[in-house]
Design a protein around this ligand. Structure first.
Ligand code: A2H
Length: 258
């Protein structure tokens, strides 16, 4: 990627119910509040979250937040060890000589767990797999916004098509995108329209998806108008940073750079 540091918004999604495969993780958390932290470049689309993606074979950990040190309200963040090192460096995590870690786990253990995406239409969404998540970028936790992300839409379709292959309950996958903005060329489900137009069939069509992603991003950013929330009717370009700042002010997100 680029030379400079990449700045993400780390969205905090609280675990509301551990899934059947997360018994061990639940024990590790020991009753503490756990936030899965998703790294995103599109925090203005938060209202449209339908699922949360992790990579089944990637290693994650539970790390105590620095802001809760000494208080009873202990909070744990769930991210990769690599992201945890960056977060510790940015003062977000508790450190002694090294980064404190409550325990490690595999993405596969999280499938079927439920989280609460704040400010979203869905009050709870399921954690489902995305095989194309890389563990050398962001937190390896990715918010699913099928209305505006071609990757998210095609993955959603594939999960529904092949639940046995992915070892999931198809009911976990929310099939209906929740529109948050509208664009002049593609309407309010930009990613869906672009995936159809480009005839993308699989999450493995990486070259086409890269193109689709670029197109959707430009359309949404330069041409998009918000259709939900506090900034309804305003241009995405004008309110993107305000939405991010609001999320941070409400303690629903933080800046994470790497
Ligand atoms: B984006 P960049 Cl609505 N592996 O968030 C694969 N993809 C990852 C990732 C990882 N480890 N970490 C983050 N991402 C995704 C929302 C979104 C995103 C929308 C539209 C486009 C879009 C909802 N998913 O990204 O390589 C995250 O998905 C397209 C650029 O650092 C994050 O933002 O440029 C984006 O990729 C970061 O990608």
């Amino acid at each position: 990627e680029g030379v400079g540091p990449q700045e993400y918004v780390g969205m905090k999604l609280e675990v509301t119910q551990w899934g059947e495969r997360a018994e061990r993780v639940k024990q590790l958390a020991g009753g503490k509040k756990v936030f899965m932290v998703a790294a995103t470049l599109r925090s203005e689309t938060m209202h449209g979250v339908t699922n949360l993606f992790v990579a089944p074979s990637v290693k994650y950990g539970l790390y105590p937040s620095s802001t809760t040190k000494g208080s009873k309200e202990d909070v744990l963040y769930l991210v990769t060890p690599r992201a945890a090192r960056n977060m510790a460096y940015q003062g977000l995590l508790r450190t002694e000589d090294k980064v404190e870690c409550v325990g490690e786990l595999e993405g596969s253990e999280l499938l079927g767990t439920k989280v609460h995406p704040a400010l979203s239409e869905h009050k709870e969404v399921y954690v489902v797999p995305m095989d194309t998540i890389k563990d050398n970028k962001g937190t390896a936790v990715v918010i699913c916004m099928p209305s505006d992300s071609p990757d998210d839409w095609i993955t959603t379709l594939d999960l529904r098509k092949k639940p046995e292959y992915y070892n999931i309950d198809p009911e976990w996958v929310a099939l209906e995108p929740v529109p948050v903005l509208t664009t002049p060329t593609y309407g309010d489900k930009t990613a869906v329209a672009i995936v159809e137009k480009m005839k993308i069939n699989s999450p493995k069509d990486t070259k086409q998806l890269a193109e689709a992603k670029e197109l959707a991003y430009k359309e949404g950013f330069y041409g998009g108008t918000m259709i939900v929330g506090k900034y309804k009717g305003e241009k995405v370009e004008d309110v993107k940073n305000k939405i991010r700042d609001d999320l941070i002010a409400q303690d629903l997100a933080f800046i994470y750079s790497e």
